[in-house]
Design a protein around this ligand. Structure first.
Ligand SMILES: *Cc1c(COP(=O)(O)O)cnc(C)c1O
Length: 429
């Protein structure tokens, strides 16, 4: 980064400081991860200069022979990874993937069903401040306040009552297996489509550690930067191939892949981000290696051990534990808020985020919960022993939020731990 350092020292310094923050603190935000150096190199390449509207071998610009190679590799490898017949790797983000998927299957004004934001759903699953809540008439399904698990019976009842165009499954803060087969039955019962948004669990799905949604859905969307450990971006998959369908918003019958392609470009986006697609290609190849499955197994083991440790320290966890990469702590019984806990942990060098819990007495900006994830720490090589230690550190800090000495002491323990798990090199001063 010589040029950046000499010519734009303030930007350089911010990047250096961010690298230091990522390496010297414990990154426990469940939606974050650390990409490999080959992924970073592809991201920082001249591919960013190229306009490539259209799809490989059908572009609106000349000079696309090399970007076609990377998009071809990205599509090929992601299809192999998920056993999918069709893939679109152009969505700029998970939200853009959802927008294209929704418009493929529904018209503005149609009724759709998604998980309530305060119950673990994502903004794009129908929040009133998001395009999904503004364009569509949203019916939100929820989790049972007693068990913290998705209330499939309520979902079935709501679907029969409101007859949505589709149900979107998937979540941002749900620690248990999602039963895609059961949701498919509900969709079949009322004759609606099923979209699974696997943004959080894509890495687990790809390695067979979470049930596969593809056999039970019309469209699968995902991000590429969470458990999948690629660059920031989105993707769309489907196995609904043959036969032309009369889909809404399409003047003529189309196949599902044709309609999805048309809704990504030109429907929702212009030129694809070819540097990101090159980095996606690298990440998808990495994800097909046996080491990636071992990594995902360790992510789950680490979350299970962290959950066990927190339970032993007398904390309440939503659903009583976890099946996947994340944990939702319910701090209401301890009389703590998510916001104050997040701050105290951050002072101690542990990065988390506040989160709503079932029956949360606090407002969404305060909350009573904390969401913890293991993907990023597992990428650094941390295992069960470190998780036990971190669980105890979290307990120690949360036992007295006002005690700044505790936070300081924990912070130096965190730094010492991080030194043993070096990864990115910190750019020089
Ligand atoms: C993170 C997430 C997204 C959106 O991702 P962005 O890339 O931030 O737009 C969509 N759906 C779910 C369930 C998510 O968790």
């Amino acid at each position: 980064m010589q040029n950046l350092k000499q010519q734009y020292p303030e930007i350089y310094a911010a990047i250096r400081d961010e690298t230091r923050r990522q390496t010297e603190t414990l990154e426990m935000i469940a939606s974050e991860n650390f990409v490999s150096l080959p992924v970073l190199e592809a991201l920082g390449s001249v591919m960013t200069n190229k306009y490539a509207e259209g799809y490989p071998r059908h572009r609106y610009y000349g000079g696309c022979e090399h970007v076609d190679v990377v998009e071809g590799k990205a599509r090929f490898n992601v299809k192999k990874l998920f056993n999918a017949k069709y893939a679109n790797v152009q969505p700029h983000s998970g939200s853009q993937a959802n927008m294209a998927a929704y418009l493929t299957l529904a018209k503005p004004g149609d009724t759709i069903m998604g998980m309530h934001l305060n119950h673990g759903g994502h903004l794009t699953h129908g929040s009133p401040v998001n395009f999904s809540g503004r364009l569509f008439n949203v019916v939100a399904y929820t989790i049972s306040p007693d068990t913290g698990r998705i209330d499939y019976d309520e979902m079935a009842k709501l679907a029969r009552e409101h007859k949505p165009r589709f149900i979107v499954s998937g979540a941002s803060a749900y620690p248990r297996i999602i039963e895609f087969d059961r949701i498919k039955e509900i969709c079949d019962d009322v004759g609606c489509y099923h979209i699974a948004d696997i943004a959080h669990i894509a890495g687990l799905v790809a390695t067979g550690l979470h049930p596969d949604p593809l056999p039970y859905t019309d469209i699968v969307t995902s991000t590429t930067h969470k458990t999948l450990r690629g660059p920031r971006g989105g993707l769309i998959l489907t196995n609904v191939e043959g036969g032309e369908l009369m889909l809404p918003n399409m003047p003529k019958p189309k196949t599902m892949p044709e309609a999805i392609d048309a809704w990504v470009f030109p429907g929702c986006q212009g030129g694809p981000l070819m540097h990101v697609i090159a980095a996606k290609a690298v990440a998808f190849i990495e994800a097909r290696k046996p080491e990636f499955k071992e990594y995902q197994q360790q992510v789950i083991k680490n979350a299970a051990v962290l959950a066990e440790t927190l339970l032993a320290e007398d904390f309440k966890l939503v659903t009583g534990g976890t099946d996947n990469h994340l944990i939702l702590m319910d701090l209401a019984p301890r009389g703590l808020t998510g916001r104050a806990s997040e701050r105290a942990l951050e002072n101690a060098g542990i990065t988390t985020n506040k989160n709503m819990v079932p029956n949360d007495p606090q407002k969404p900006f305060i909350t009573s919960g904390i969401r913890l994830g293991t993907p990023a720490l597992t990428t650094r090589g941390m295992k069960e022993d470190e998780m036990r230690r971190i669980g105890k550190m979290i307990s120690y800090v949360l036992s007295d939020l006002e005690d700044e000495e505790r936070q300081k002491k924990t912070r130096s323990e965190v730094e010492e731990l991080c030194k043993r798990f070096k990864f990115y090199e910190i750019p020089p001063e």
